[in-house]
Design a binder for this molecule. Structure first.
Ligand SMILES: Nc1ncnc2c1ncn2[C@@H]1O[C@H](COP(=O)(O)OP(=O)(O)OP(=O)(O)O)[C@@H](O)[C@H]1O
Ligand SMILES: [Mg+2]
Length: 397
């Protein structure tokens, strides 16, 4: 007789075999439908491996969720592994320009890979450039630097850093070219608006990623599902259903988030497989405008402000004034033991959140005393935003 107790205890309590395979930061080893682009990168960077001291510059463009980040990271880890086997000193550094918010922070991060103990303050941008150059020379190292979400840096600070990086080793005649660049951006229009000298040095190698089709999303989803779920918990029909939903945008991130959430819903209901109803529910819970990684990467002050906004609006109101919100913001800061920033900075945070498309602001029309700025939240229920932010802030208090 089989042992009922043992059977029950060894039955997996979740349909997930390994949930981390669907997390935001996981980079799959195999990227279906990006084989040609990987090959293109390999062809471009061949020279760096064969004749170290030569550098390359590449731009990758494509809409949201087309695999830009995954492509660069996957390529980076492969080329480093190959270089290591051949005894060539190549480092891959991946920097997200939305997360590292200034040129200074970006440079600091690069320098830190070689000098982990370097103090955060005390150096000018020029000095950091100099340190980076000396490090590379001294260690006979080559770097492939990816500036991801470059759109943010360019919109915030203009093109100065990019310009300096492109020129880094140029002033010395015959200097060894140790720094290769991969710039990732969504908008090719923004690239076209840059300084002509930057365009001319980068446009030789532009890789454009197209939105995924429903069929392509199907392969991607089923490979990822195999890594993340136990056998028999999802069928081709459900995979096709998700692929068709996400094919409107051609966005693999959206597709994978539906898959992950559908799994969580199935688990929460104690059902041992993903059903189409779970997918419908999952879809209704996702607000594409407010991406999980965007919220996660916001500095604490911005998160506190968003929490304040959702608490001021509550379920009852469509618009709130900045002064009401600022009062609640101060209370939130107190709750988390953080010093509230002054009004001008508060204002800056507000504008930043608006730029990222998370909130909307407008100047009040007639009917209010004087003019004031009104804040609203058109794309997500306040209760959901509040919960997401609370989850992110967990542990800060
Ligand atoms: N070809 C693929 N195979 C497997 N997974 C993929 C593939 N393309 C993208 N993904 C996955 O889809 C998600 C989104 O991809 P990625 O983050 O690379 O998009 P992106 O183009 O950088 O988007 P964004 O412009 O928003 O930064 C990631 O989880 C990534 O692992
Ligand atoms: Mg990306």
């Amino acid at each position: 007789m089989s042992n009922i107790v043992e059977d029950e205890l060894s039955r997996p309590s979740s349909i997930f075999k390994d949930e981390s395979k669907l997390s935001i930061d996981y980079v799959p080893e195999h990227l279906p439908h990006r084989e040609n682009e990987l090959k293109q990168l390999a062809l471009i960077f061949k020279v760096v491996l064969e004749r170290p001291g030569n550098s390359q510059k590449v731009i990758i463009t494509g809409n949201i969720g087309t695999g830009k980040t995954a492509l660069a990271k996957n390529f980076g880890s492969q080329i480093v592994a190959i270089a290591n086997r051949r005894g060539i000193n190549i480092h891959y550094i991946h920097i997200n320009c939305r997360r590292e918010r200034t040129s200074f922070a970006i440079l600091n991060k690069i320098v830190k890979t070689f000098n982990p103990n370097i103090p955060r303050r005390g150096f000018s941008t020029e000095e950091l450039f100099q340190i980076m150059k000396e490090d590379l020379e001294e260690k006979n190292a080559n770097v492939i630097l990816t500036l991801d979400e470059l759109d943010f840096l360019l919109r915030r600070e203009g093109e100065e850093l990019l310009y300096s990086l492109v020129r880094l080793f140029d002033e010395q005649l015959n200097a060894v070219q140790r720094l290769s660049l991969i710039g990732i951006m969504r908008s090719e229009d923004l690239f076209r608006s840059l300084d002509l000298s930057i365009i001319s040095s980068l446009q030789k190698n532009i890789i454009r990623l197209r939105e995924y089709t429903a069929d392509q999303l199907k392969t991607i989803l089923s490979e990822r599902a195999k890594e993340a779920f136990h056998v028999g918990t999802i069928t081709d029909e459900e995979i096709k259903f998700i692929a068709d939903i996400a094919a409107k945008q051609g966005d693999a991130r959206y597709a994978l988030e539906i898959l992950w959430r559908a799994g969580k819903i199935a688990d929460a209901q104690g059902i041992k497989r993903i059903l189409p109803e779970h997918i419908r529910e999952a879809k209704s819970e996702i607000y594409p405008v407010i991406r999980k990684d965007v919220l996660r990467d916001l500095p604490f002050q911005h998160k506190a402000l968003l929490l304040a906004i959702s608490r001021t609006l509550t379920k009852e109101r469509a618009y709130v004034t900045t002064s009401e919100t600022e009062k609640v913001y101060k209370i939130v800061c107190e709750e988390y033991n953080i010093r509230p920033r002054r009004h001008t900075q508060f204002w800056g945070f507000l504008k930043e959140l608006e730029k990222q498309g998370i909130i909307a602001t407008e100047i009040s029309g007639n009917g209010m005393k004087g003019k004031t700025t009104l804040i609203s939240l058109p794309d997500i229920p306040t209760s959901i935003l509040e919960q997401e932010i609370l989850n992110l802030l967990e542990g800060v208090r």
